[in-house]
Write a protein that binds this ligand. Structure first.
Ligand code: ATP
Length: 219
């Protein structure tokens, strides 16, 4: 059984048809790159999986569960990194992580241990007492990636996690994703640029004008 099954997704924003029947499957352990130009429909597709946008037609199954109906259950299985994320005034990096852990019921020394481990993974250990607002863009993006891992999700949905970063910072994000791939996470990652994901991903889906136009291996 595929880990993710997307069938004939349709979405309208008013009169704009953002998705025109997207279908694809992702198997466990696969790292799929969703490639497409601005406005192609990548973010919309990902937001539907995360339960943040309602589909006007079609179905999404994650681990066999109907993601469009059981969005609460799905939130335990997935880790979603949005393309834009809010910044929390006057919150330190460690507090920010512990806040997200607490949402999933992880508190006290267990939360502290977990958050330290995740901060090590994203190379932010020496920033734990910094305010989130004091981090660079690349560091904030790594922090955001760490926060979607607090509940040890099986499926990661990462919406342009390296957007707006310089080559070195992009490499930093890629290194972390590589580690997550080694941990056998199933990962969906969007980008405009296939090249930088080609070594990382096991397969590719190209989205154009709300349709999946190509699906297969990088070759
Ligand atoms: P990008 O690479 O720029 O992030 P994308 O592939 O993620 O683009 P989407 O954000 O999914 O594309 O947008 C798909 C289409 O839906 C676009 O035509 C966009 O203008 C439209 N759209 C997206 N969000 C909304 C919204 N909230 N209201 C109206 N239209 C929207």
């Amino acid at each position: 059984m595929a880990m993710l099954e997307v069938k004939d997704l349709h979405v309208y924003y008013g009169v704009i048809q953002a998705l025109k029947g997207i279908s694809f499957e992702v198997n466990q352990g696969e790292v799929i790159a969703l490639i497409g130009a601005n406005g192609a429909g990548k973010t919309t597709t990902m937001k539907i999986m995360a339960g943040l946008v309602q589909a006007d037609g079609g179905s999404v199954k994650i681990s066999g569960i109907d993601a469009l109906k059981e969005s609460r259950m799905i939130k335990r299985i997935i880790g979603y990194m949005p393309d834009f994320f809010g910044v929390y005034d006057n919150l330190k990096v460690m507090e920010y992580m512990e806040f997200y852990a607490s949402i999933y019921g992880i508190t006290g020394s267990k939360a502290e241990k977990l958050c330290r481990k995740l901060m090590e993974l994203v190379d932010l250990t020496d920033k734990s007492e910094f305010l989130v607002d004091e981090l660079s863009r690349g560091m904030k993006q790594r922090l955001c990636l760490a926060r979607c891992l607090v509940h040890d999700p099986k499926l990661l949905i990462l919406d342009e996690p390296a957007s707006g970063l310089d080559p070195r910072a992009r490499h930093g994000i890629q290194k972390i994703i590589k580690r997550l791939k080694e941990e056998k996470k199933t990962i969906i990652i969007s980008s405009h640029i296939l090249q930088e994901l080609s070594e990382l991903c096991t397969s590719v889906g190209v989205i154009d004008h709300g349709k999946m136009v190509v699906r297969g291996t990088v070759d």
